[in-house]
Design a protein around this ligand. Structure first.
Ligand code: NAP
Length: 246
């Protein structure tokens, strides 16, 4: 699974699942570029990555702003020389039942979770095509497959991301660039810490393995998909959910 000599870009990599993915890639030898809006945690995670002995840079980027994304990608190429891996991980929830959902809730979630992934993928794709090598992994969710009450916006964004994954996979396959999705179930992060206790208990009953997953569980799946071991896998959705969606 060695990523020695490769450069990985992870969006939303300052904390949570993105941070775990960044650290996992760095442990396999990758240089890592983080793009995140959370400037304080970005600096902290960048330091942690450097402590592993590889190059690491963090850029404050809002993935919904194409100019910021394009400038950051140019900066990565300038500082780290190449981009082999892109992990579109930045994502948010703004939950609410459909009949009460504001347009602003709908639009913000679609903008970050789906448009953000499109802008980042477009920004790196040309370079990967030229290199004739690249790995793109989109962090979707089982909610994009199963649906979930209160998350029409989030489910739509993640289902959209799965559709985009398959299309990008088809468009780039002949030039050695793969594009896959990882669909986590419920993972212990800040995003799920907000769940009320009753909802958490109901959820645990629905998960065959009986526990929430850890960010590390998602990071291991991403590592596999970006490694040479997955060279013949593209357009796949790898579910990491303790059996929830089956
Ligand atoms: P998290 O702990 O909230 O971390 C997300 C990171 O993305 C934060 O650092 C956040 O910054 C950053 N971010 C937010 N908006 C951004 C933007 N516009 N541009 C760049 N960065 C931005 O979330 P997580 O739980 O690790 O989730 C990571 C991904 O996994 C998301 O796509 C999520 O949908 C997906 N996922 C999570 C779960 C789960 O159970 N946790 C399950 C399925 C899928 P701030 O700190 O400033 O908000």
């Amino acid at each position: 699974m060695s990523l020695e000599g490769q450069v990985a870009v992870v969006t939303g990599g300052a904390r949570g699942i993105g941070r775990a993915i960044a650290l996992r890639c760095a442990r396999e030898g990758a240089d890592v570029a983080l793009m995140d809006v959370n400037a304080d945690l970005l600096a902290q995670t960048t330091q942690e990555l450097r402590a592993l002995g590889h190059r690491a840079e963090g850029w404050t980027v809002d993935v919904t702003k194409s100019a910021e994304v394009d400038a950051a990608v140019a900066n990565v190429l300038d500082k780290l020389g190449r981009i082999d891996i892109l992990v579109n991980n930045a994502g948010i929830t703004r939950d609410g039942l459909l009949i009460r959902m504001e347009e602003s809730q709908w639009e913000r979630v679609l903008a970050i979770n789906l448009t953000g992934a499109f802008l980042c993928t477009r920004a790196v794709a040309k370079r990967m095509l030229k290199q004739r090598r690249g790995r793109i992994v989109n962090i979707a969710s089982v909610v994009g497959i199963m649906g979930n009450p209160g998350q029409a916006n989030y489910a739509a964004s993640k289902a959209g991301l799965i559709g985009m994954t398959k299309t990008v996979a088809r468009e780039l396959a002949r030039r050695g660039v793969t594009c896959n999705a990882v669909a986590p179930g419920f993972i212990n992060t800040e995003m799920t810490a907000a769940l009320p206790e009753a909802a958490r208990q109901r959820l645990l009953e629905a998960i065959p393995m009986g526990t929430l997953g850890e960010a590390q569980d998602v990071a291991e799946a991403v590592l596999f998909l970006v490694s040479d071991a997955a060279r013949y896998i593209t357009g796949h959705v790898l579910v990491v959910d303790g059996g929830l969606a089956m």
